[in-house]
Structures are given as structure tokens and as C-alpha cells.
Design a protein around this ligand. Structure first.
Ligand code: PEP
Ligand code: MG
Length: 590
């Protein structure tokens, strides 16, 4: 538990900034289930909800079992038999039903009470087999509760004072709903730089550190901590000396940010006259204010997934249309690139009850999902098309692996255009369609794909994950996730070259685009546009304005002939630091 002395924990910095304050430890969902009383007339409804949740959970487990069977074989799949047995246990069904009837409480509360007692009894018995059953029970319990409650982690909505949230993990959907006036920073035991949780933290400009291993076990509610999102450090019980040193670091940053304000309205042009597109990545319509404030040349990536999560139903075509049109209208004439639904990986919709997958990042997701779920795709494509009447919308498909997918998606677009024409609804007949290049096969086939699209946007987050076979969410292998790996740079170069040859443009919208240290390298490789979280744009712009394209090209030339990702990173850092020294002054002797 909490040690009164200062303790420094090292993790991965994912969102810049420093904050200090009291900790709120986000505990697991089971700890905060309310014992809401219900009137007698509602008892049978609660029993029905409970039964429905059991049925839904059973279906989920059967789906998981089926996939495990295919992927790993019958032996591994058989472990889920125990889970299914828990759901059929007559004692469980009878006891929970009795609890609802006798105590007149909501189904989740009755179920939770019974499950807690049951698992505690099993876990306490000195028998390996029964302890395993307790783990099964916990697993099933959280599934049933998820099905009963819809949104599990609602605790963060009820915060009454400012705090730093510490948790095992915080799903992106929860970060998306954080109240910034209350949550001033967060730190998690697991996670990585390109998880969507981290991306959301950057968008929200909340200092964050992830991959801190067992941080949540070392603090308790009210412990005082400092989170340093520049250096990836969390300090428990910081001393006055530490707070003083951080005070100086913060002041240096404030000075730098003042300087950056001066260039906000100026163009991103290199010293030798190359204009670079500098666009913003956004997740929700309210991000438009930040796009304007930080002087972006439009939106390079609108991640539409966030319109779909944190709710119980799918957004209608009309709702989506209103959202897309609002963004386009407010930023006109600057272009807005809307990415079609990139569901999956670490972005799930609980209400769709999609089958659990063994390898979700390689699974039925993004464009693969949309091409099969025509109704969902139709609503989104019609909404984007209708909003395109504003005149400044472009659209791109995520997770493209081959030309066929582009052609199929385009066929849908043509079909829905025909519908809209027949209905007399206007849209931009010349709507430009591009693709994300984020899978190695797309980069390798870039010259073919270039013939079918109007632009490329390289998603380096996934490109790195898939090329190096490094799960972007796994902190244990975060050190292997290497943006400057020679193979990655070759894929970027190949994509940029293919675009040039075909006369289309090529941008980068992954996290690499927001790292000023890598700006010269990307530009040298031939990238035309960089798109990143709005607050990062002034930093990248300052670097561009002090850079000579000839130096960037020389660096890229060196990188393409170098065997070592580490050496490439060092050279990139050296060039970036030589042109804009103050930009990288985040270090602190801790
Ligand atoms: C990427 O993969 O680089 C990207 C920009 O998309 P996302 O992070 O949403 O997967
Ligand atoms: Mg991606």
C-alpha cells in the first residue's frame, strides 16, 4: 500500500503535460453496483432481464467457443464448457430469482450479490480445481453484468472533485466521456502509445502515462501523485523539491507555448519554400474548436467510431448527417476527411453484441465489417454523401488490404448516390475517395491501389503493428514498436512514391505525424500532408518552418540506407533538435 516517501514509477508517456493532485483509483465494475430497490410490479421484469442476460451471455460464450475451436482446437475450446455450466447452474438461477423477489432489487444487484458470495466461497477453498472454477465464475459474472448494465464504467461520471485517475486500464470509450474539469490526468498499469485510450488522452489534452505495471496497487484514493506525460513518469508522494523542479519545467513549457501561439496563423512552409499540409485528427464534432484554434488546414482524419460508441443504439443516418455536416460547415472551405467506420481492435460497440474474437486486430472489423453489414454502411455512406453537399468533404476507407475491397466499397457508394439522386437529395458528385494505407499489403500494392483512389493516408499506428507483428496495445512489447524501423520507412517511401507516380497526394495520419522529432524524416520520404491531434500541430509547424527540405531529403536518404532503427531515430532527433532546440526541452533529472 501507500508508502509515505517519494516513489518514482516509470511507464510510457502517451499524452504531454504535467499534473499533480489526489488519486482516484478506478476499481472494477463489480464494486459499485447499486442496490436499487424496485416496486413489486417490476419484479417480474427484473427476472426477465436476468434471464435475457443469461441467454445473451450464453450466446456470446458459444461464439467465443466456436472461434477458439477453429483457431486453437477442441481442447482449448472445452474450457468454455465450465463457463456454460455456470450459466445453467440451477442454484444460481434459483438464488438470484429469490433475491430479486425477496429483496426487491434490480437484477444486476441480485446477480452481483450472489456471484460475489459464490466466488468468494470457491476461492477460499484450498483446492486448485475449485479455485479455477472461481476464476470461471468471475469471468462469466462480468459478462452477465455487462449484458445487464450496458455501460459498465460509469463511475467517472460521478466525480465530485479534481483528481488523477489510476486504473489497470481505461477503455477508449470511457476516456472519450471523461469530464476534463474533474479528471486532470491519468495513469494505467497497461497500455501503449498508440492505443485508442492514449490517442483520446492526447485529443483531450490530459497528461497521461501508461504501462506502469502495478501502479494502481501502489496507491489508494486520496494519495498525492504527479503524472509527467512528457517523460512517462508517475511520482507517488512527490517532495517539495520535485514539485519545485516540475514547476520550472511547466514554466519552460508555458513560454514555449506562448511562442507557438505566434505562428498559429502562419503557413507550414519549409525554409526552402515547400508547403506542407498540416491537418487535424478529430474524434468528435466538438473537436472543431481545437481544429480552428490550433490553425489546422482542415481535418485529415475524422475517426467516426466515437459517434457509435458510448450509446445503446446505432446512430441514425440523420444523426450522422447532422454531425458530419456540422464539422464540414464550420471548417469550410478547409477539407474534412471522414473515415468510414473503423470498428474493432480496441473500439467496440457493446450493443451490437459482436462475436468475441481471439485476434480482434486481425478480425472482422473496419471495412471488412462494413462491407458485410450493409445497413450500417448504408446509413453512414448516405450521411457522408449528403453532408458532402457542403463541398469540402472527402472520404476514406480504413484497413484496406487489396483493390477488391476498394471496388466493392465504391460500388456501395454508387448505389447510394443513385438512391439520393432519385430522392432529390444533393451531394458532391465529385466527392474524392481515398484509403488508409495501414496494412503492409496495401503499402506493397500501393502502385495498383493508387489507380483507384484520389489520395493515400498512411496509418502508421497500424502499419507498424502489422508490419512488425507488435500488438500496439501490449506494454510488454512496447520497446519493439519502432516507428523508425527500416522496414516501416521503406513501406512509407513505397507508398509516397506510388502516389507521386499516379499524381495523387499522400499523407500520414498515424501518431508519427504528430511527433516533431520525426517530421523531417516523413517529409524527406515524400509525404505531402501530416495529420495529428490539434494541440500537437503548432509544434510540428514550428519545426517545418525552420527546416530545409534539402536536409529532410538527405536524412531520408541516410535512413533508407541504414540498417538500424535506433541510428535512424538518433539522426532524426539530431536534425530536429538542431533546427528547433527549445522544442524538445522536456527533460528533468528525476
Ligand atoms: C493508424 O492506424 O495509424 C490510424 C491513424 O488509425 P487508428 O489509430 O484509428 O487505427
Ligand atoms: Mg488504424
Amino acid at each position: 500500500m501507500t508508502d509515505p516517501g517519494e516513489r518514482v514509477l516509470k511507464g510510457i508517456p502517451v499524452s504531454a503535460g504535467v499534473c499533480h493532485g489526489k488519486v482516484f483509483v478506478l476499481r472494477k465494475l463489480e464494486l459499485s453496483i447499486p442496490e436499487t430497490p424496485v416496486p413489486e410490479s417490476d419484479v417480474s421484469h427484473q427476472i426477465h432481464r436476468f434471464e435475457q442476460a443469461l441467454v445473451a451471455t450464453r450466446q456470446e460464450i458459444l461464439d467465443v467457443q466456436k472461434q477458439v475451436n477453429t483457431a486453437l482446437g477442441a481442447k482449448d475450446a472445452s474450457i468454455f464448457e465450465a463457463h456454460l455450466l455456470v450459466l445453467e447452474d440451477p442454484t444460481l438461477i434459483e438464488s438470484v430469482t429469490n433475491l430479486i423477489q425477496q429483496k426487491r432489487i434490480v437484477a444486476e444487484s441480485a446477480f452481483h450479490q450472489f456471484a460475489e458470495r459464490y466466488t468468494a466461497t470457491l476461492a477460499a477453498i484450498d483446492d486448485d480445481y475449485l479455485r479455477e472454477r472461481a476464476a470461471d465464475m468471475r469471468d462469466v459474472t462480468s459478462r452477465v453484468l455487462n449484458n445487464l448494465m450496458g455501460h459498465p464504467q460509469q463511475e467517472l461520471r460521478n466525480l465530485t472533485e479534481q483528481c488523477i485517475v489510476i486504473a489497470e486500464d481505461i477503455p477508449p470509450s470511457l476516456v472519450a466521456t471523461l469530464d476534463k474539469t474533474k479528471v486532470i490526468g491519468f495513469a494505467t498499469n497497461v497500455g501503449s502509445k498508440t492505443s485508442h485510450t492514449a490517442i483520446m488522452a492526447r485529443s483531450l489534452q490530459i497528461p497521461a502515462v501508461v504501462g506502469l505495471h502495478d501502479a494502481s496497487g501502489k496507491v489508494e484514493n486520496g494519495t498525492h501523485v504527479l503524472v509527467d506525460g512528457y517523460n512517462g513518469v508517475m511520482i507517488i508522494n512527490p517532495t517539495d523539491q520535485t514539485l519545485f523542479e516540475y514547476g520550472q519545467l511547466i514554466r519552460r513549457h508555458v513560454t514555449m507555448e506562448e511562442k507557438l501561439k505566434d505562428i498559429q496563423a502562419l503557413p507550414a512552409v519549409t525554409l526552402d519554400g515547400t508547403k506542407v499540409g498540416l491537418a487535424a485528427n478529430i474524434e468528435q464534432t466538438s473537436d472543431v474548436d481545437a481544429v480552428k484554434y490550433y490553425g489546422a488546414d482542415g481535418v485529415g482524419l475524422f475517426r467516426t467510431e466515437y459517434l457509435f460508441i458510448n450509446r445503446d443504439t446505432l446512430p441514425t443516418e440523420e444523426e450522422q448527417y447532422v454531425a458530419y455536416r456540422k464539422v464540414a460547415a464550420e471548417l469550410k472551405p478547409a477539407p474534412v476527411i471522414i473515415r468510414t467506420l473503423d470498428l474493432g481492435g480496441d473500439k467496440f460497440l457493446s450493443h451490437l453484441a459482436l462475436p468475441q474474437e481471439v485476434n480482434p486486430f486481425l478480425g472482422w472489423r473496419a471495412i471488412r465489417f462494413c462491407l458485410e453489414e450493409k445497413d450500417i454502411f448504408r446509413a453512414q455512406l448516405r450521411a457522408i454523401l449528403r453532408a458532402s453537399a457542403e463541398g469540402n468533404i472527402k472520404m476514406m476507407y480504413p484497413m484496406i488490404t487489396c483493390v477488391d475491397e476498394v471496388l466493392k466499397a465504391n460500388q456501395f457508394v454508387e448505389e447510394f448516390k443513385a438512391e439520393l439522386r432519385a430522392e432529390g437529395k444533393p451531394f458532391d458528385e465529385k466527392l474524392e475517395i481515398g484509403i488508409m494505407v495501414e496494412i503492409p499489403s496495401a503499402a506493397l500494392a500501393a502502385s495498383v491501389l493508387a489507380k483507384h483512389v484520389k489520395f493515400f493516408s498512411i496509418g502508421t499506428n497500424d502499419l507498424i503493428q502489422y508490419s512488425l507483428a507488435v500488438d500496439r496495445l501490449n506494454e510488454k512489447i512496447a520497446h519493439l514498436y519502432e516507428p523508425t524501423h527500416p522496414a516501416i520507412l521503406k513501406l512509407i517511401k513505397m507508398t509516397a512514391d506510388a502516389a507521386k507516380k499516379q499524381g495523387i497526394w499522400c499523407g500520414v495520419c498515424g501518431e508519427m505525424a504528430g511527433d516533431p522529432m520525426l517530421t523531417p524524416l516523413l517529409l524527406g520520404l515524400g509525404v505531402d500532408e501530416l495529420s495529428a491531434a490539434p494541440p500537437l500541430l503548432p509544434w510540428v509547424k514550428l519545426l517545418i518552418r525552420r527546416l530545409k527540405m534539402s536536409d529532410a531529403k538527405e536524412l531520408a536518404e541516410f535512413a533508407l540506407n541504414c540498417d538500424s532503427g535506433r541510428e535512424i531515430l538518433e539522426r532524426s532527433r539530431a536534425l530536429a533538435q538542431s533546427v528547433a532546440p527549445g522544442l524538445f526541452d522536456h527533460s528533468l533529472k528525476v
